[in-house]
Design a protein around this ligand. Structure first.
Ligand code: BTN
Length: 253
């Protein structure tokens, strides 16, 4: 079982996760987080569970998690103060996860555009960012799911070939609170970095930068060379000598 005390012991943030709502079981931490959006004192709060029973993924997919093995959590941000960064929240979140895992357990993970955390070319985590306007101000819920101590038998058959966990990769068990706290410590630092720096860091950690990729967007499939991220946060893909920009899509490596 996750311990809020152990999370606090490793946190060195000023405002992030200074309020923690721990739920032994819930349908989705993102859904839970939206219940608090009228309460401005919840800025930076963390909602976390040991067992997410109906997790939401991107593109209307489900996110499955095995009880007590993973990290499934959401951060509430009243994003007015960071509105210039809204479009790069997925990038900023991805780098915080990669850096947090590296500094806590010395495993190098990588990023796949737009929102995947990768380990030996398999998916070990994902990010679901949901935003709404409340009285004309953006409110954002950043949902993160990370496979930490799962074994292959804990994954549903449908994802067994494409998913991995830190434990499957290293054959070790990890302290989830320590990894979480390091990710949150990194996240708060990233919030104050310039967009240029975040983009450069993201590209450095991307596992397919300057490589050939297959790309699906709006029911079309393209083959091209991934050429990093523009200032607007859009992916740049070179297709037949022309650079095309995409705000969303799905990359196959
Ligand atoms: C994806 O790769 O499709 C994104 C997965 C995001 C899953 C996390 S788990 C915590 C939070 N609550 C949810 O219901 N989803 C996100």
């Amino acid at each position: 079982m996750l311990s809020v005390e152990n999370i606090n012991a490793e946190l060195n943030t000023k405002f992030l996760a200074r309020k923690i709502i721990y739920l032994p079981e819930t349908s989705s931490t993102n859904t839970e987080a939206w219940k608090y959006i009228e309460d401005k004192t919840m800025n930076g709060s963390l909602i976390i569970t040991d067992y997410q029973t109906s997790g939401k993924g991107r593109r209307k997919n489900a996110w499955s998690s095995f009880p007590g093995k993973s990290l499934t959590f959401s951060i509430i941000l009243f994003a007015k103060d960071y509105s210039s960064k809204l479009s790069i929240f997925p990038l900023l979140t991805g780098i915080s996860i990669v850096n947090g895992i590296l500094s806590s357990i010395y495993i190098q993970t990588g990023l796949k555009w737009p929102n995947d955390i990768m380990l030996s070319r398999k998916k070990m985590g994902g990010i679901l960012i949901e935003s709404k306007l409340l009285d004309n101000n953006p409110v954002t819920v950043i949902g993160i799911g990370l496979n930490i101590n799962e074994q292959i038998v804990n994954f549903p058959n449908s994802i067994k070939n494409h998913a991995t966990s830190l434990s499957i990769y290293s054959k070790k068990q990890f302290n989830r609170e320590r990894i979480l706290a390091e990710i949150l410590n990194e996240f708060e630092v990233m919030l104050y970095k310039d967009t240029d720096e975040i983009i450069t860091l993201w590209e450095k950690n991307c596992i397919h930068n300057n490589s050939c990729v297959s790309f699906h967007s709006e029911n079309k499939k393209y083959n091209g060379i991934f050429q990093g991220i523009g200032e607007d946060g859009y992916a740049r893909i070179k297709i037949n000598e022309n650079i095309k920009k995409f705000s969303s899509g799905l990359i196959t490596l």
